[in-house]
Design a protein. Structure first.
Length: 351
């Protein structure tokens, strides 16, 4: 697609931590052209470079630096496709206003994730959940639509378990080791996290449990049905910069062999791979055979941060199998996830 044909897109909350990840992720995108940035009225009217303290590695993309920050209002100048990285305290109303006015909102915020007619999408795992958008439009009377991506730790878990869905997932116990970048900026005080582990992340366990059931559940005829599996999550903050590790134990109805489980992981592909979507990793879940991998520092940036790495698959004496998984929390767990969601929607003719 030539520069002229690229689709203009905007970012709501572009000045924040996740917003900056959107700006970075979109800078060389072959289809989406970031032409519009929105933030609070504290930033509106300023150039993006004046309104934003750039906190990512490298320099702020030059083209975005020169954009004037807009108020997050669905004016005629706002692109039809907007990614949302807004503060959760304001996202509900603003995202709804954009959808009402005919915009597609692809959101990373938690606000609409668990609503009964809003897809909570992981493109390789539950692409069929996009079928709900017709119902959403009918229910709400919106000209536009809202699609969400999960919480950063839930993405790593559901990507790792996606290949096992066909075996009938009955029980999941997951313990996370979550990076400090997941808490935004300035995040967890250094006095709390240096050489320490904090065994509490507000609302994270509840989100992981309910979002996992929705994502791994079914969509049929305008209705989501949760996965009928019990999910228990323990969430911990650890002194790692990027990359959430999740230790998973799972019980499977079909009682596959360990070789069958590993083969399912290694052969797992989804629509993003079949359609060669620009942000899709060639292999969404990569199995590592070394005893001591995956590791955040060594593996998290591979595959542009878009794959989930799994290792140490072994028998579990309590449930059936246990394994480790690693996902990049701000890329696959936030901005990259939302951009891949939009690419899938485009390929489905939904934009
Ligand atoms: P953040 O750094 O505090 O950024 C919040 C953004 O929202 C800023 O651009 C801010 O603009 C904007 N905003 C605040 N009030 C607004 C208003 N009244 N109208 C319009 N825009 C407003 O937060 P963050 O860490 O990027 O998180 C953003 C969202 O992503 C949250 O919903 C969070 O739960 C979710 N999330 C975060 C992470 C993570 O790793 N941090 C991961 C997953 C999900 P100003 O700069 O003008 O104030």
């Amino acid at each position: 697609m030539s520069e002229l044909q690229r689709i203009p897109v905007g970012v709501l909350g572009a000045t924040g931590m996740v917003g900056q990840h959107f700006v970075n992720f979109l800078k060389n995108h072959p289809i989406f052209d970031l032409t519009w940035v929105g933030a609070s009225d504290r930033s509106a009217g300023k150039l993006y470079r004046e309104a934003t303290s750039w906190r990512l590695d490298g320099v702020m993309p030059a083209k975005t630096a020169g954009l004037t920050v807009q108020e997050c209002k669905p004016t005629a100048a706002a692109p039809k496709l907007v990614f949302s990285a807004m503060d959760a305290g304001v996202a509900t109303e603003i995202e709804r206003a954009f959808a009402e006015a005919g915009h597609t909102v692809v959101s990373n915020s938690r606000n609409h994730r668990m609503e009964a007619d809003v897809p909570l999408l992981v493109p390789e795992v539950n692409a069929e959940h996009l079928g709900m958008l017709a119902t959403q439009k009918a229910n709400r009377g919106w000209k536009g639509q809202i699609v969400t991506n999960p919480n950063c730790s839930t993405i790593a878990l559901t990507m790792a378990l996606g290949p096992l869905k066909a075996f009938g997932i009955e029980k999941i116990i997951v313990t996370t080791m979550q990076a400090i970048s997941g808490a935004g900026y300035p995040g967890v005080p250094s006095m709390d996290i240096t050489a320490n582990v904090v065994p509490y992340i507000g609302s994270e366990e509840e989100k992981m449990e309910s979002e996992t059931q929705k994502i791994l559940g079914a969509y049929t005829d305008g209705k989501f049905t949760d996965l009928a599996a019990s999910v228990s999550a323990h969430c911990n903050r650890v002194p790692v910069v990027d990359g959430h590790m999740v230790a998973i134990s799972v019980q499977l109805a079909a009682k596959p062999t360990i070789d069958e489980v590993r083969a399912a992981i290694e052969s797992f592909r989804g629509l993003p791979q079949q359609r060669n979507l620009p942000s899709a990793p060639a292999q969404p879940v990569i199995y590592m055979t070394e005893n001591d991998r995956p590791q955040p520092r060594r593996d998290v940036n591979r595959e542009n941060g878009m794959a989930v790495f799994v290792g140490r698959l072994r028998k579990c004496p309590v449930l059936d199998f246990k394994m480790m998984a690693l996902g990049h929390n701000t890329i696959r767990g936030a901005a990259g996830a939302a951009v891949l969601n939009a690419e899938l929607m485009l390929s489905e003719g939904l934009l």
